[in-house]
Design a protein around this ligand. Sequence first.
Ligand SMILES: *Cc1c(COP(=O)(O)O)cnc(C)c1O
Length: 218
Amino acid sequence: MSIASKIVFLKEKLPQNVRLVAVSKTHSVADILEAYNAGQRIFGESRAQEMAAKQRALPPDMEWHFIGPLQCNKVKDMASFVHTIHSVDSLRLLGEINKQAAKHSRIINVLLEIHIAKEENKHGFAPSECPAILREDDLNMLRNIRICGLMGIATLTDEKDVMAQEFRSLHNLWSELKAELFNNNPFFTEISMGMTADYEIAVAEGSTMVRIGSFIFS
Ligand SMILES: *Cc1c(COP(=O)(O)O)cnc(C)c1O
């Protein structure tokens, strides 16, 4: 199947309320253009410099999402154009995104990455620390970020029950936070979960954004 036909396949398969982030990391500008020409507009990258170079080389109406681990000193490389950062895992990083977004008079959407997997090496806030972090008074001062939801990566496993249970825990945490802290906030709507290996399970568990790379590009 070509890149274009895989985009069409996924668009038909995913429910209307689930957005597709085409994860184009390590793939060429030509491959990305093929996906673009098939109608895809949202692309995900996991390295700051690579994303910035691609953004300069590609059409201006693409929505760039950053999904990888992010160091504070790299935020400035993407602040002028990044649409959503999925992988926010510290208050310090939130502050830096806000500062760099303000320099460009922009608002950057952010998702808090939550550690839902059994594996130690995955990033993110512990689910239990999340409510306290979101109650920090300082957060209200950050006018140039918009907290739009949560992101999670499930354990790399063949056990569907394990993945489903981890995704469900992310959905439950999102529901709790929505009810307690974001009740009147129209922007807290996203649950970014699901990749090539597990997106069907994630969609069944309430994902609103799937991040799919290898299925599309390899
Ligand atoms: C690479 C990556 C993806 C895409 O994974 P595939 O298995 O290629 O679909 C999704 N999310 C994150 C955070 C990634 O780094």
